[in-house]
Design a protein around this ligand. Structure first.
Ligand code: EPZ
Length: 418
């Protein structure tokens, strides 16, 4: 096991490139199950979660390679429709193979994803959608089994805005007989990216990015060639907060302003200077950080995946910040670790009240989930003295070489054996 060590209070400046989006590439990899041929992608991040999805696709019979951001998926050999528990339990996004396997084989058996540190992660909406498209669903021994002769179109009203739920049903309906309409669909950019790639494969999807998506079923899909994965808006947001916390001046390249609007709005309110560039965003931190309130919401609201990182910034703000988490109400495990560094945070229901302090101090702390670990790295950058973060495997699930990129901006950060 490794730990990350940080000597805080260095100013950060320079340029950093954002990698491909984890939450875009995972559904794109699952989409390759729907065709039978060689799919190629560029700008693919080398992350633990991508490696897990590669393992899963191998188990299903696909040939996959990832080299310097270039991914090759030959799905012609896919001949198994079961996603085993020991893989799904490490990565909930494995549930994204449920739809395409059912669409391709008329049958699938996927382990139910367990809960995780940020809360209970149900998939009832995924199941409801598949049933409306004609699947027989059985839940047994911790697995969900779907069976259908041929999927048919339908009208699917999601009871909650779900990103992978929308993606899973999209990945099923593209090969169904007839037309499917999703109501209350997720509008995240990663959903738009998936619809774009499915259309490149020959699907007929319209409305992606809005909460009503129409999918006209087609008989078959062909492989996608040379698709460049969209930039990771959460990695970009993490660097924006790094600049804000360290009075930095960072040019974040290859990120899209329009994908990070809600965060940018809140950072501007907190006194950060933000400049839109042709190919990115320049962020300059200021000495005084104003406290702001924010509530996490489905896109285009403030992203829950940026809540922990923004909490780290609010720990050093002037005043009181009320943070309300409406997506994953228990997603506050990082607050206990931040308190160990001297932050003043009180949890009240699904809100956290943060009273800004003048300084926080380095301490030995522990990561609990992907975005919480990013918030602890950010806090370490702004803390006086040394911070040691254990269980950094959580960080490596969703950030490619975050410590190296921060070091290139002037941070004193390195890894040691834990
Ligand atoms: C996706 O998870 C992301 N993961 C998450 O990012 C992100 O936090 C989340 O969307 C919200 O934006 C991927 O895209 C791989 P949801 P997902 O289904 O799809 C409830 C990260 O750090 N719900 O949109 O699993 C659910 O409990 C990860 O990169 C149901 O009730 O989240 C939650 O309250 C963490 N029934 C809300 O909907 C369902 O069938 C949103 O969850 C499905 C979801």
């Amino acid at each position: 096991m490794e730990k990350i060590v940080i000597e805080g209070k260095n100013r950060l400046e320079g340029k950093v490139k954002v990698g491909g989006a984890k939450n875009a590439v995972l559904p794109l990899m699952a989409a390759c199950i729907l065709n039978s041929g060689i799919n190629t992608f560029t700008n693919v991040p080398d992350l633990a979660d991508v490696r897990t999805m590669i393992k899963l696709l191998n188990i299903l019979g696909a040939e996959v390679s990832l080299e310097n951001g270039n991914m090759y998926i030959d799905s012609s050999g896919v001949n198994n429709y079961e996603a085993p528990y020991d893989l799904v339990k490490t990565m909930r996004a494995s549930v994204l193979v449920l739809g395409p396997l059912t669409a391709r084989f008329g049958k699938s058996r996927v382990s139910l994803p367990g809960g995780c540190a940020i809360g209970e992660r149900p998939i009832d909406q995924h199941i409801k959608g598949l049933e409306i498209l004609g699947s027989e669903i059985r839940l047994e021994e911790g697995y969900v089994e779907a069976e259908v002769k041929k999927l048919h179109g339908g009208v699917i009203p999601f009871d909650v805005s779900t990103v992978t739920g929308t993606e899973n049903i999209m990945l099923s309906a593209v090969l169904a007989e007839g037309e499917t309409t999703l109501f209350n669909a997720a509008c995240e950019p990663e959903v738009v990216e998936l619809a774009g790639v499915l259309n490149k494969m020959g699907a007929d999807i319209s409305g992606a990015g809005t909460d009503i998506i129409t999918i006209k079923g087609v008989s078959e899909l062909k492989p996608v060639v040379d698709h460049e994965v969209m930039p990771d808006r959460i990695e970009a947001g993490t660097f924006m907060i790094a600049a804000a916390l360290c009075e930095g001046d960072i040019e974040i390249q290859k990120c899209r302003f329009e994908h990070t609007g809600a965060l940018i709005g809140k950072l501007l309110r907190s006194g950060v200077q933000i400049e839109r560039l042709d190919e990115g965003i320049r962020v300059r931190g200021s000495e005084r950080i104003e406290s702001v309130d924010f509530t996490t919401l489905p896109y285009p609201g403030f992203p829950t995946d940026m809540q922990a990182q923004m909490m780290s910034l609010m720990c050093l703000s002037e005043g009181l910040s009320i943070i309300t988490e409406t997506i994953f109400p228990q997603r506050f495990i990082h607050s206990g670790e931040l308190r160990r560094m001297g932050a003043e945070i009180k949890l009240v229901g699904n809100s956290a009240v943060v009273r800004g302090v003048k300084k926080i101090n380095g301490a030995p702390i522990m990561a609990s989930d992907l975005r919480a670990s990013a918030s602890l790295v950010l806090a370490g950058l702004a803390a006086i003295g040394r911070t040691e973060i254990s269980r950094v495997y959580h960080l490596d699930r969703g950030y490619e070489k975050l410590d190296k990129k921060l070091e290139s901006l002037g941070a004193r950060i390195w890894r040691e054996k834990d």
